[in-house]
Design a protein around this ligand. Structure first.
Ligand code: 8YV
Length: 317
């Protein structure tokens, strides 16, 4: 009999789904008509869970899966899983560490260039046929240069460092804040987020959200100022979204590039309505290359855990 696996989010790479289906009895939670009835009937024999970084798994659901041998997060953020509880239970929680670094950093740079060069309003201007009606260059205001900007990175982990490498290639000055200075990083450490925001032209959020919440608040946005940009490819909850909406509405910052939101898939109206904001639907890791690599890591974690080994990517055991 194949081991029973509960999958909480779709996986978009057919080859990964094929392998999962050939090895396991996969139950797709998001397709179930009566999820609670399923948990009662099949929860006890379930050996593995696959979930997304943003979705995680609730403690209540974990308690309904007493024979679980692994929670494989198809992502790098584990803030939506109660790691303390899993650690106490001896339950491996794995992540796809390193698989999505490059793509997330690429999107951060893409979003920053999109907002400071006004790529989306420019695209609409052409697409909507406005150019022939307003042929003078004055129809679109001048943009801001990205090359040479002072970039403030919030969280100098894998993604933060990959953003720094890319921005450095554009001649950008890099400063960062984190819980502590990193002696191996050639960038300027600023202990205070407010000070970093004051100094930088753009803040790029790359921090884990396990304990940080609402750290980009009205004070930080005020410090970033009317010439400053905010980019978030980490977690929505790092930002006080009401304060951000206010700052955008009243032009207290120059713009924002956002891939993540507090209450996905809900995005505040002000952010959706502003030309100063570039939006994505939590897609920083959504390339074939990265999702295939992530899927392979999930397969590896399941195989290791179900063979009684400690999964190499376990964060809790
Ligand atoms: C993914 C993420 O969109 O890695 C994470 O923590 O949030 C994203 O890369 C998600 O995990 C895909 O399931």
């Amino acid at each position: 009999m194949k081991p029973r696996v509960l999958q909480l989010n779709p996986i978009l790479v057919p080859a990964i789904n094929d392998q999962l289906a050939s090895l396991y009895e996969v139950h797709k939670f998001f397709e179930l008509k009566d999820p609670q009835a399923w948990l009662q009937a099949f929860g006890p024999g379930t050996q593995a869970v696959i979930t997304g970084g943003h979705t995680g798994i609730s403690r209540a659901m974990l308690e309904q899966l007493p024979q679980l041998k692994v929670v494989a997060v198809n992502g790098v953020g584990t803030d939506a899983v109660d790691l303390t509880y899993c650690r106490a239970r001896g339950l491996p929680v794995t992540a796809t560490l390193g698989a999505l670094t490059e793509d997330v950093a690429d999107l951060a740079i893409g979003l920053l260039i999109a907002v400071c060069r006004q790529l989306l309003p420019g695209d609409r201007f052409v697409r909507d046929g406005l150019w022939p009606r307003f042929p003078q260059p004055s129809a679109i205001p001048l943009a801001r240069r990205f090359s040479g900007m002072h970039i403030g990175i919030v969280g100098l982990g894998r993604v933060g460092r990959a953003v720094a490498t890319r921005a450095s290639a554009f001649g950008c000055r890099i400063s960062y804040t984190d819980l502590r200075a990193m002696s191996d990083a050639p960038y300027h450490f600023v202990p205070s987020l407010v000070e970093l925001a004051r100094a930088a032209d753009a803040l790029v959020l790359c921090a884990a959200a396990d304990s940080a919440q609402g750290i980009v608040n009205a004070e930080v946005l005020q410090a970033l100022g009317p010439e400053g940009y905010l980019i978030n490819v980490a977690r929505g909850r790092l930002v006080d979204e009401d304060a951000l909406s206010e700052a955008i509405a009243h032009e207290r910052i120059a713009g924002a590039g956002l891939d993540v939101f507090v209450d996905e898939p809900q995005v505040p109206l002000v952010l959706r309505g502003s030309d100063k904001v570039a939006l994505q639907a939590h897609r920083a890791s959504a390339t074939w290359e990265t999702r295939a690599a992530m899927g392979q890591m999930v397969l590896d974690s399941l195989a290791q855990a179900l063979a009684g080994q400690r999964p190499a990517m376990s964060l809790t055991t």
